[in-house]
Design a protein. Sequence first.
Length: 208
Amino acid sequence: MKKVLFTMLALMMMGTTVKAQDAIQLPQPEVQKLNMSLGDALKQRRSYRDMTEQEVDLQTVSTILWAACGISDPASGKITAPSAVNMQDIKVFVCSQYGVCRYMPKDNTLVPVTTTDIRPSLAAGQDFAKKAPVALILVSTKDNERMDNNRYGGVDAGYVSQNIYLACTALGLHTVARAMMDKDAIKRELKLADTSIILLNHPIGFGK
């Protein structure tokens, strides 16, 4: 099933036409796989740059995305990460060799944005980041006028980043938070508004 899901993602991202209605339904996150104790996760959390090019399956990506900023309480719409004024400002984009999708927590879907592999722009000269099979980009989008993303965006991105770290630790994956990247090129490729601020990226992969 995991292989089929990843193949569907690959085929969609390699298609000649990318449409918002072609949203990819993610499998339900396997929250039970995040059962490492908080104490152990904090002790074992590290920033790793040694990663193989082995693909990370879509089921695992779904679990990491849920931990990052997924819906933790469907009734209230609360997410797993704290958020200033509950604006849930940080948007997560998923990058791979097949292109980029935007994560939609409410529907637990991925919406294709581009078929371009932007990992070289993310890497900004660091080879390991260019080869990591998956990378997450954290963007403050200022979707609500009450949100001052110059003031709060970086704080909210920090919460999401820590969740990614802890989820990867529990799942036995390597990651590192990076601010280095070609933000102008990425903003153009993702067609982000001028008010959007690209804050961090997280290459993710299996350790060597």
